[in-house]
Design a binder for this molecule. Structure first.
Ligand code: COA
Ligand code: AMP
Length: 628
């Protein structure tokens, strides 16, 4: 059946469509109710179904003859090690670790924070929580102690799982001191910390509170999967919004399993036994959906890679992994391919590897810019698919549905709305816009299964952040347009969220950190274009009166402060001391105009501007090619 036919079925008869997809999974109690919007406008799916995500991802496959198939390949060039676990072995490890967590007092509904590098145990920990019906909240390892503390206070976990260290190319990053600092900073007290001791660094364990992963595994016994309601939360994943407080996106069990299982086939054209590699991190939504849950639910083999696209050891790293594990589809961020392109522009390293297993390359995390698209397509010689999604949706809103019908790609477009998403482009006033006209990309409610069902601990924030601007629609925060063929072009955020090397961060949060510096009276942080990382933050600062500094000296301090408070991924590109910031008469900083200037773009000076002369200094300082 064509994409167009399936898409229209899913929009016109969502109940029937998703019921059929749900039937593909092994429920303990199959759902009879499909979607309910009475309490959650984004939709509660399969409310009376009972299941367990870990059971669906592991036990079911082992019971059905997949026990000896590799479930996860672990490949770590940074530790020079490789290993794998079959479905049967992974089930065994997960069941015992779930038992260990239960011994630590973790029970159904409790939260468990996971702060780990890219090791097999990170996936085991996530699946063990799912097995217990506990709610995991993975925090990306590149976040600093203060960010971790905020998440601990919000999620209020019963336990935390971490590791002694992560390895960033050749640097050993001690995780435990960061965790200890976060636990000191947090108000919420955690009774149990489980630490995976890695050979590269032994962490100090605090008697009574901290436990060695391996020691717990020796005494624990395996437990069965706990039946949960489809609508019970599976995980919380924090993401950056426009304020300093991250949003805990809540994902439930049933809708998530149905949607991910469906997408493995419909989007990625993957069947049971195929090898899928999401070269991301378990700390991001891509890692949740497509390193751990999606491939396992679909009976595929997943690759968990602890390395970089370059430097581990070179720009041939991706091609080596594809060859070693016969990867059928790879999924990564455009920034990773730009890093490879920079090192090996002609793709010479490809000649050393056999990529015959590879069918397609998928990219997301930021817009796939046409030059990177053309380059990747030419050197890899495979279809390159841009697809657009967000932590909030958990799977692609727009994609080329390669498992249904491989549509022609258009550079710069993430192709068409995926099955289940009723996508519209609206003006700021909420009016539908014609083709080729840029506006706000919104999704008609309810959303398909697998999307966010709430913000943890803050019911009103779902409405305030996503639903209030356009009645009856979820506002994506992204702007863009549809062309005459219905192809969607996502052009960037309309809020203060930026993507640095595939890491989603809030410039509002950075402003809080910069504004907290003792010399700073006022500031604006905006995302500016960067050839490698997509976007990087730039700070404009007004100093307190009587205070003096050079741009360079202040920059050094602000960059260090951002690194300390948010994490090393918040890399500040430049700092400019200014006399005034452009503002409206009501005092709102005109960040968009600052962005336009820094990106060398044209702009219209709004009639509401308070002091047009404030733009002159910024033009001189930050417009590319201007003389400062
Ligand atoms: N734990 C600790 N530190 C981390 C980290 C982690 N998990 N991830 C990144 N960092 C650190 C890096 O070591 C670096 O520190 P440094 O300033 O001391 O060198 C800093 O954070 C910035 O890292 P990064 O943003 O990754 O930049 P980079 O220049 O080191 O590498 C790329 C650039 C493009 C190679 C790299 O960002 C990359 O592979 N990006 C792809 C990201 C991705 O896949 N995202 C998922 C989207 S699907
Ligand atoms: P995250 O929640 O970290 O996945 O980031 C989601 C945001 O990244 C989206 O709202 C977009 O701004 C951006 N994004 C992700 N994928 C794409 C894409 N394929 N095209 C354009 N923007 C993208």
């Amino acid at each position: 059946m064509s994409y167009s036919k399936i898409y229209h079925q899913s929009i016109q008869h969502p109940t029937l469509f998703w019921q059929q997809q749900a039937d593909a999974l092994p429920w303990f109690k199959p759902p009879t109710q499909v979607v309910d919007t009475s309490q959650v406008p984004t939709g509660r799916w399969f409310a009376d179904g009972e299941m367990n995500t870990c059971y669906m991802a592991l036990d079911y496959h082992v019971a059905n003859g997949r026990g000896d198939q590799v479930a996860i390949y672990y490949d770590s060039p940074v530790t020079n090690s490789k290993s794998n676990l079959t479905y049967a072995q992974l089930l065994q490890q997960v069941s015992v670790f779930a038992g260990a967590l239960r011994d630590q007092g973790v029970k159904q509904g409790d939260r468990v924070v996971i702060y780990m590098p890219m090791v097999m145990e990170a996936a085991i920990a996530m699946l063990a929580c799912a097995r217990l019906g506990a709610v995991h909240s993975v925090v990306f390892g590149g976040f600093a102690a203060a960010e971790l503390a905020v998440r601990i206070d919000d999620a209020k976990p019963a336990a935390i799982i971490s590791a002694s260290c992560g390895i960033e190319v050749a640097k050993v990053i001690a995780y435990k001191p960061l965790l200890d600092e976060a636990l000191d900073l947090a108000q919420h007290k955690v009774n149990s910390v489980v630490v995976l001791q890695r050979p590269q660094l032994q962490a100090n364990l605090q008697l009574g509170r901290d436990h060695d992963w391996q020691a717990l595994m020796v005494t624990a016994t395996a437990i069965e999967a706990v039946p949960v309601k489809a609508t019970d939360p599976l995980y919380i994943l924090y993401t950056s919004g426009t304020t300093g407080k991250p949003k805990g996106i809540v994902r439930d069990n049933g809708g998530h399993a149905v949607a991910l299982n469906y997408t493995m086939q419909a989007v990625y054209n993957m069947g049971p036994g195929d090898v899928f590699w999401a070269a991301s991190d378990v700390g991001w939504v891509v890692g949740h959906s497509y390193i751990v849950y999606g491939p396992l639910l679909a009976g595929c083999t997943s690759v968990l890679y602890e390395g970089k696209p370059v430097m581990t050891p070179d720009a041939g790293a991706f091609w080596r992994v594809i060859e070693d594990y016969k990867v059928k589809a790879i999924f990564s961020a455009p920034t990773a391919f730009r890093a490879i392109k920079k090192e090996d522009p002609q793709g010479d390293l490809l000649e050393h590897y056999d990529l015959s297993s590879l069918d397609a390359v998928f990219m997301a995390g930021e817009r796939l810019d046409p030059p990177t698209y053309e380059w990747a397509k030419a050197i890899i010689g495979r279809p390159v698919v841009d697809h657009w999604w967000q932590t909030e949706t958990g799977w692609s809103i727009c994609a080329n549905p390669t498992g249904i019908e491989h549509l022609p790609c258009k550079p710069g477009s993430s192709t068409v709305p995926m099955v289940g998403y009723d996508l519209r482009v609206l003006s700021d006033e909420g009016e539908p816009l014609p083709a080729n006209t840029k506006g706000n990309i919104v999704l008609k409610l309810p959303l398909p299964p697998g999307c966010l069902v709430g913000i943890w601990g803050d019911e009103a924030r779902l409405h305030d952040s996503y639903l209030k601007d356009f009645a009856g629609y979820y506002s994506s925060g992204d702007g863009g347009y549809c062309d005459d063929d219905g192809y969607v072009f996502v052009m960037g955020r309309s809020d203060d969220v930026i993507n640095i090397a595939g890491h989603r961060l809030s410039t509002g949060e950075m402003e809080e950190v910069v504004g907290g510096h003792e010399m700073v009276a006022e500031c604006a942080v905006v995302g500016v274009q960067d050839a490698l990382k997509g976007q990087v933050p730039m700070a404009l600062v007004i100093l307190k009166s009587g205070v003096f500094s050079s741009d360079a000296a202040l920059h050094k301090e602000l960059a260090a402060k951002l690194r300390k408070i948010i994490g090393p991924i918040a890399v500040l590109k430049s700092t400019h001391i200014v006399q005034r910031l452009p503002k409206t008469r009501s005092g709102k900083i005109l960040r968009k105009i600052i962005r336009n200037i820094a990106n060398g773009e044209d702009y219209i000076v709004p009639s509401t501007i308070d002091d047009p002369a404030s733009l002159e200094q910024i033009e001189t300082l930050v417009r590319p090619g201007s003389f400062s």
